[in-house]
Design a binder for this molecule. Structure first.
Ligand SMILES: Cc1ncc(COP(=O)(O)O)c(C=O)c1O
Length: 416
C-alpha cells in the first residue's frame, strides 16, 4: 500500500511536527548513550529525569525476562492479582512516609496525577462533601499531559490550544504562601486538594521557600483539603531520601510517583494513598472504585521496579544522591562566582544553573545543543540548564559535565 507522507511516521512527544532533526540512539551503558553515527554522550539528565541506576543493568533485565517467561502478563482488575505487583506495592508503601498506606499502580506520571486528582475528589464525594472540587495548582508546576495533569499544571504554555480543560482549578503563587492562605480564607470549604511538586522540576528546578510546604500542609489540614505531592521526579532517591516528603519533613495525603521507580526500564507510575484516605475508600464494603488501567500492576514492570529498588538499596544510591549533588552544585556555584551563571538551585542530585539575563530561552537551547555536540546531554528549562544524572555517575563524569557547560557558555555567549 502506498503511504502518502512527506514527514516520518513517528510523531515525537514535545516536538515540532514539521521538523525531522533527531539523534537516533542505538546503545546505552552506565551513564552513557551512543548514536548511530558513533557519537558518545554522558547522559546528565537520566534520560528524562528517571534513570537512577544507569543503563544496561543486568539485574533488571534478568528480572524482567524471568517474569515474562513465567507469566508474561495478566491484568489486576478485581479479582486478579500477581505476586510482583503485590510485593512492589508493599515495598513502596514501606519506603514511603505514609504509614499504613496502600499503592495504586499505573503506567506513567501523567496517569498517576490523573488518578490522584480523581481519588482526591472521590474521597470528598464519598464523605458527602459534594462541593469540594477545587484543585489548587502552583505556578511553574508540571504534572504531566493527560487532561487532568494539563489542567493542574502551572506552566501556561502547556495548557494552551487543547480546548476546555478541567473546571475548578485555581492557581497560587509558587513562593508566596500568603497567596494560598488568601485562597483558603475565601474558598477553603470548596478546596478538594492542593497539588505540588515538593521540588518543582520541569518548571526549572525550584526548591521550596523555607516554611512553604509546612504552611501548605497546615492550611490543608485546617480546611479539610488533601495535600498531594507529585514526586514523579523527586521520588526514589533523587533528593537524598526515598521521597522528597522525607527530605523536607512534610507528609502529604497522596504521593504520585513514576520514573525512578523502575529507572525507566519498564513504564510504571502510581499513587501512594495515606491511611486516612484509604479509610474513606474502604468504609463501604459495597463501594466499587471505577478507576484503573489495563496495565495497572503489570508483572514485568513490577519485577523491574523490585530489581531497581534492590539496586538503589544495595548500592546506597539514596545517600549517593547527596554526594553527586555536592560535586555538581560546587561546580555550578563556582560559575556563579565567575559571573558565568546567575543562580544555582537544587537539592540532592537534581540541579539547575540559571544563565545570566543576557541569555534568552532560545539562547539556552543553543547552549544545550552545543553541549550535546560536545558529548553531554542536559536540558534547558527556560534559561536554566538542568542536570539530573543517574545516581551512579562518577566524579570525573560530573566534572566533565561542568567543564562542558563552561565551554558551551564561552562559545555561545549571551544575546547582547
Ligand atoms: C512532576 C511530574 N509529574 C508528572 C509527570 C508526567 O510523567 P509522564 O511523562 O511519565 O507521564 C512528570 C514528567 O516529567 C513530572 O515531572
Amino acid at each position: 500500500m502506498t503511504n502518502h507522507r512527506t514527514t516520518p511516521a513517528l510523531l515525537h512527544p514535545f516536538s515540532k511536527p514539521a521538523s525531522n532533526s533527531y539523534h537516533r540512539l542505538v546503545r546505552a551503558e552506565g551513564v552513557r548513550v551512543w548514536d548511530d553515527k558513533g557519537n558518545e554522550y554522558i547522559d546528565a539528565l537520566g534520560s528524562l529525569w528517571y534513570c537512577q541506576v544507569g543503563y544496561g543493568r543486568r539485574e533488571i533485565i534478568d528480572a524482567i525476562s524471568k517474569q515474562l517467561e513465567q507469566m508474561s502478563v495478566y491484568n489486576t482488575f478485581a479479582p486478579w492479582a500477581n505476586g510482583p505487583a503485590e510485593t512492589v506495592a508493599e515495598r513502596i508503601s514501606t519506603l514511603s512516609p505514609l504509614d499504613g498506606s496502600r499503592v495504586f499502580l499505573c503506567c506513567s506520571g501523567s496517569e498517576s496525577v490523573d488518578s490522584a486528582i480523581k481519588l482526591a475528589r472521590l474521597v470528598h464525594q464519598l464523605r458527602g462533601d459534594h462541593d469540594r472540587q477545587i484543585i489548587v495548582r502552583r505556578t511553574r508546576g508540571y504534572h504531566g499531559v493527560n487532561m487532568g495533569g494539563t489542567s493542574v499544571q502551572g506552566i501556561a504554555g502547556n495548557r494552551e490550544n487543547w480546548g476546555d480543560l478541567l473546571p475548578h482549578v485555581v492557581e497560587i503563587d509558587p513562593d508566596d504562601i500568603e497567596s494560598a492562605a488568601r485562597l483558603f480564607a475565601e474558598s477553603g470549604d470548596r478546596i478538594a486538594a492542593v497539588i505540588s511538586e515538593p521540588m518543582q522540576g520541569a518548571g526549572g528546578v525550584h526548591t521550596p521557600v523555607d516554611g512553604y510546604l509546612e504552611r501548605l500542609r497546615e492550611l490543608c489540614t485546617a480546611n479539610g483539603a488533601l495535600l498531594m505531592f507529585d514526586e514523579v521526579i523527586s521520588g526514589f532517591g533523587r533528593t537524598g531520601s526515598w521521597f522528597a516528603s522525607q527530605t523536607y519533613g512534610v507528609t502529604p495525603d497522596l504521593i504520585t510517583f513514576a520514573k525512578g521507580v523502575t529507572s525507566g526500564y519498564q513504564p510504571m507510575g502510581g499513587v501512594i494513598i495515606s491511611r486516612g484516605v484509604c479509610d474513606v475508600l474502604e468504609s463501604d464494603p459495597n463501594f466499587l472504585m471505577r478507576h484503573g488501567y489495563t496495565y495497572s500492576g503489570h508483572p514485568a514492570a513490577a519485577a523491574a521496579a523490585l530489581a531497581n529498588i534492590d539496586i538503589i538499596e544495595n548500592e546506597g544510591l539514596v545517600e549517593r544522591a547527596n554526594h553527586v549533588g555536592e560535586r555538581l552544585s560546587a561546580g555550578l556555584d563556582s560559575m556563579v562566582g565567575d559571573g558565568i551563571l546567575k543562580e544555582v538551585r537544587g537539592v540532592g542530585a537534581v540541579w539547575a544553573g540559571e544563565l545570566p539575563e543576557t541569555y534568552s530561552d532560545a539562547r539556552a537551547l543553543e547552549v544545550r545543543d552545543h553541549m550535546t555536540s560536545n558529548g553531554v546531554i542536559c536540558r534547558a528549562a527556560g534559561n536554566s540548564m538542568v542536570f539530573c544524572p543517574p545516581l551512579v555517575i562518577d566524579d570525573a563524569d560530573i566534572d566533565c559535565c561542568i567543564d562542558t557547560l563552561a565551554q558551551a557558555l564561552s562559545v555561545v555567549g549571551g544575546d547582547q
